[in-house]
Design a protein around this ligand. Structure first.
Ligand code: FES
Ligand code: MG
Length: 577
């Protein structure tokens, strides 16, 4: 509870009498705070995923300073605290392995401390959903401030997109069109300021999703990390959270089913990452909002993609920002009746009110809805079939149109490593119209459901000019990746999903318009293979990996931990002294 019996939560610490109160206040004063901060003002936590090991979030300490300014201005008492930084680039086996741990930390730290409200500072991919999940499970007033994208990458006069160009440069190098020395220069040009990936990868996607959900201030998703207005909006969030505590405006009142529908449609309109699906399913689970994989297909179908950003398009987040940012997209959706315009947001006003005057300043970057960058129905599709009874997804806009309907011979690899060991071998027995199956990359199998699905094509085919092939995997793909890649095949192979039964030489049929993924093997043969299937040994019998593999749910439930689904509230725990 943020208010009610006993007043604010923070008062149960700082307003306490006797020995306990003395302990709570005295030690805080070692930071130089005067007694006046304990006068009953609202205490605002700033949950920061700052870390030098998470480069995308390495400037969040400065964003936190701006938030603090705003909290002080509004008469609150800001206290910054660290939460696990799940940086995408360095963490192994994958940052996704730790998203739930970040959410668990955030939830527990918010509840355990004298906080009345919280500002969530995120940036890199998993930090945004992780913090939202944690905050949802406590349900104290919360506002998110994402750290903003890097400036556009620039190499030899060209725009270079983080992530997206890694795949491009690698393919160019393998095909002999780029030297290693040129690549070394290019890698420095790709990341040239603080901030998260400036393509429409998962970080930018989740920043926009958080804004569309109503959890961050309008326009907040797109200001570059180094833009003065990033710090201005952070300061505004600091002021706003103090008022939200008084209004008792909580995540559960903002992240309703209507808000999720808005986020899904916004994600379609921006051409966002497939990872948003997994994160939104997990987040909905925390809030008790009914949301299923098929909702993503149904809700997105009438929505064209209007934002022309890499990996599907040409531009980058800086351009999107200067064109007017997400408010323009939300306003366009509202005008077309594709937005639940009366959904509440952190501003206290509805999303429709927030974006009513949003103007587009560059119709090439944010196209009109009736002359879209990509037509409706070309977004992320949800597939069903005997190979994925729990569903699978494919990002059509990142795929090759001619491969969206394809029948081919399966070439099966039990792990991504097994594929990587042969893919550069000129003798490798893989042809351009084969279907590359990578399994063992699901939540339990890897473990952690890494972004390994868009494996590079075999070198001999790249040299021959092949640019895309159908790939099928129980893992994920980076939001900056592209290709005709079927992702999140559920149930995963490691728990005995049909993907575990595929053999090299089988035929797989992909029919995206028909929304199906079929293994063309008779049922009785599949039953025989199932008899012979043996569950792979567990990845660990102790430690966090054990906890993870024992409790992780499948992708259709967002790969959350079963024991973290739902909300556990903000009741003040028992005395510590
Ligand atoms: Fe952190 Fe892309 S690697 S946002
Ligand atoms: Mg990513």
């Amino acid at each position: 509870m943020s208010s009610g019996e006993g007043g604010r939560r923070s008062a149960q610490w700082f307003g306490a009498e006797g020995r306990s109160g003395m302990i709570y206040r005295s030690w805080m004063r070692n930071q130089g705070f005067g007694a006046e901060v304990f006068d009953g003002r609202r205490v605002i936590g700033i949950a920061s995923t700052w870390s030098e090991l998470a480069p995308c979030n390495a400037h969040l300490d400065r964003v936190a300073e701006a938030v603090k300014r705003g909290v002080w201005q509004a008469g609150g008492f800001p206290l910054e605290f660290p939460v696990m930084a799940t940086g995408e680039t360095l963490i192994r086996p994958t940052a996704m392995f730790y998203r739930n741990l970040l959410a668990l930390q955030a939830e527990e730290l918010i509840r355990a401390n004298p906080l009345d409200g919280v500002v969530l500072l995120s940036g890199c991919d998993k930090t945004t959903p992780g913090l939202l999940m944690g905050a949802a499970s406590v349900d104290l007033p919360a506002v998110m401030v994402t750290g903003g994208p890097m400036l556009n990458g620039k190499y030899r006069g060209q725009d270079v997109g983080s992530g997206t160009h890694v795949w491009k440069f690698e393919a160019e190098m393998k095909a002999g069109r780029m030297t290693a020395a040129e690549c070394a220069v290019a890698e420095g040009c790709m990341a040239r300021s603080n901030g998260h990936c400036m393509t429409m990868g998962t970080a930018s996607t989740m920043a926009c999703v958080a804004e569309a959900l109503g959890m961050q201030l309008p326009g907040s998703a797109t200001w570059p990390a180094v833009d003065a207005r990033r710090f201005e909006v952070a300061q505004e969030a600091g002021r706003r959270i103090v008022a939200m505590v008084d209004e008792d405006l909580r995540p559960s009142a903002i992240m309703t089913r209507a808000a999720f529908e808005n986020a899904i449609r916004a994600n379609a309109a921006i051409g966002g990452s497939t990872n948003a699906i997994v994160h939104l399913l997990a987040l909905a689970g925390r809030l008790g909002v009914e949301l299923a994989l098929d909702d993503f297909d149904a809700l997105a179908r009438p929505v064209p993609t209007v934002v022309n950003l890499m990996p599907s398009g040409r531009f980058l987040m800086e351009d999107f920002c200067y064109a007017g940012g997400l408010p323009v997209v939300l306003r366009q959706l509202a005008d077309a009746g594709l937005l639940n315009a009366d959904a509440t947001t952190v501003t206290g006003a509805s999303v429709g009110e927030n974006v009513a005057g949003a103007e587009c300043f560059d119709a090439e970057v944010i196209t009109p809805l009736d002359e879209p960058f990509q037509p409706a129905g070309t977004g992320t599709a949800v597939l069903r079939g005997n190979l994925c009874p729990g569903g699978a997804v494919i990002k059509q806009s990142a795929a090759s149109p001619e491969l969206l309907t394809h029948r081919g011979r399966a070439v099966v690899f039990d792990t991504p490593e097994e594929y990587h060991a042969v893919c550069d071998d000129p003798e490798t027995d893989i042809a351009a119209d084969d279907v590359i199956v990578i399994r063992g990359a699901g939540p339990r199998g890897y473990p952690g459901m890494p972004e390994v699905a868009n494996v590079p094509l075999p070198a001999k085919l790249l040299k021959a000019g092949v640019t895309d092939m159908v790939r099928v995997c129980d893992g994920r793909m980076s939001g900056t990746g592209y290709g005709t890649v079927v992702l999140h095949v559920t149930p995963e192979a490691a728990v005995g999903g049909p993907l575990a039964l595929v053999r090299t030489g089988d035929t797989i049929e992909l029919d995206v318009p028909g929304r199906s993924l079929t293994l063309d093997v008779p049922d009785d043969e599949l039953a025989r293979r199932r008899e012979a299937w043996q569950e792979p040994p567990a990845a660990a019998d102790s430690g966090y990996a054990w906890l993870y593999t024992e409790h992780v749910l499948q992708a259709d439930r967002g790969a959350d931990f079963g024991f973290l689904v739902g909300s556990r509230g903000a009741a003040v725990p028992r005395e510590s002294h």
